[in-house]
Design a protein around this ligand. Structure first.
Ligand code: NCD
Length: 336
């Protein structure tokens, strides 16, 4: 395939890992997201900020929340969108990731949002396109925008993140959400404890800055209980991590008896009711699961805005800049 080499790879910013962002960057994105809340409350929920820009979402794995919120976020910012799912695309005909990305790049997208089952896939495609690349999940590695929306949800509910104690419970080993969240929460000054059977806790927990407990009693000390599903599609074929799902649910399920009323309960979804989380907990007043989904929209709007619309937009040197909610609402006035 004859394609042009990327023009300016050193100048473009990407969001591949939560570690691409320093604390000030995270704070800026959360503040921008908060600014977009007022736009979401209007009858006309659209701002012209990214008019003429193109955002492509390319999903090689199943998704409900992440793909729909990225697409809606781009549309609410008035960008043109193309949403490709691997099933039904030329990937079914044997096209490689590289050829797919180079083909889509012929339309000069400004941003490519990619989800792929292989660790490193999002980072790899930055070499094959001139677009900014946003990682929407690469295997068990990273899911930075999930981390940002979780930080946003915690901050909105509890007023801040510094000094909080978050317990992440369940299949941490196969979770890119946990990897991003441990690092993001630590950057924001929270304490993190991983809770689960030894077979589902990664060996590098301490290196990531997390404590480990193999007892559900550890949930009691946490301000936030963050529940993960058993990610069977990411487990090695034939490998067995727990004796059975029903035993897992009995020992490691988050039931009403295992959480305190004042704790927040979170879950990135999709939830498996009655396995990792009891239906009564998922639907309780403590649950922030729906808030997380709502946060996904404004946070992904903020990420697209941050990459494309600020001063010095595509310039890595000017990555740090403050975008106040007033600036965002001023952009909104144009169509109000
Ligand atoms: C997560 C994912 O895809 O990693 N889901 C999501 O993005 N909302 C978590 C999961 O699959 O369990």
């Amino acid at each position: 395939m004859d394609v042009r080499p990327p023009k300016s790879s050193t100048k473009r910013r990407h969001l591949i890992s939560i570690t691409d962002l320093e604390r000030a960057d995270i704070e800026r994105i959360l503040q921008t997201a908060e600014g977009f809340e007022s736009v979401m409350r209007r009858d006309l929920k659209k701002v012209p900020t990214l008019r003429g820009r193109t955002v492509m979402t390319v999903f090689f794995e199943a998704s409900t929340r992440t793909s729909s919120s990225f697409e809606l976020a781009a549309k609410r910012l008035s960008a043109d969108t193309i949403s490709l799912k691997a099933a039904g695309s030329s990937v079914d005909k044997g096209e490689s990731l590289r050829d797919t990305v180079q083909t889509l790049s012929a339309y000069d997208p400004d941003v490519i949002v990619i989800r792929h089952p292989a660790v490193g896939a999002a980072g790899m495609i930055t070499a094959w396109t001139d677009a900014h690349v946003v990682n929407a999940g690469d295997g068990t590695h990273q899911h930075p925008t999930q981390c940002l929306l979780d930080l946003y949800t915690i901050q909105a509910a509890l007023g801040g993140i510094e000094g909080l104690h978050v317990a992440i419970v369940g299949d941490v080993l196969h979770s890119r959400v946990a990897r991003s969240n441990i690092l993001g929460l630590r950057t924001m000054g929270a304490r993190v404890t991983l809770v689960g059977p030894p077979t589902l806790i990664p060996r590098d927990a301490a290196a990531l800055g997390a404590e480990v407990s193999h007892s559900m009693d550890a949930l009691q000390a946490a301000d936030v209980v963050y529940v993960l599903r058993m990610q069977r599609e990411r487990m090695a074929p034939g490998a067995s991590y727990v004796p059975s799902l029903s035993e897992y649910a009995a020992v490691w399920g988050v039931t009403p008896a295992r959480v305190r009323p004042s704790q927040l309960v979170m879950h990135p979804g999709p939830i498996n009711r009655g396995v990792e989380i009891a239906p009564e907990v998922a639907g309780s007043a403590a649950s922030r699961i729906v808030d997380q989904v709502r946060a996904g929209l404004v946070v992904r709007m903020a990420v697209l805005y941050d990459l494309l619309a600020g001063p010095g937009k595509a310039d890595a040197e000017s990555a740090l800049r403050i975008v106040s909610p007033e600036v965002v609402s001023a952009a909104g006035q144009e169509v109000a």
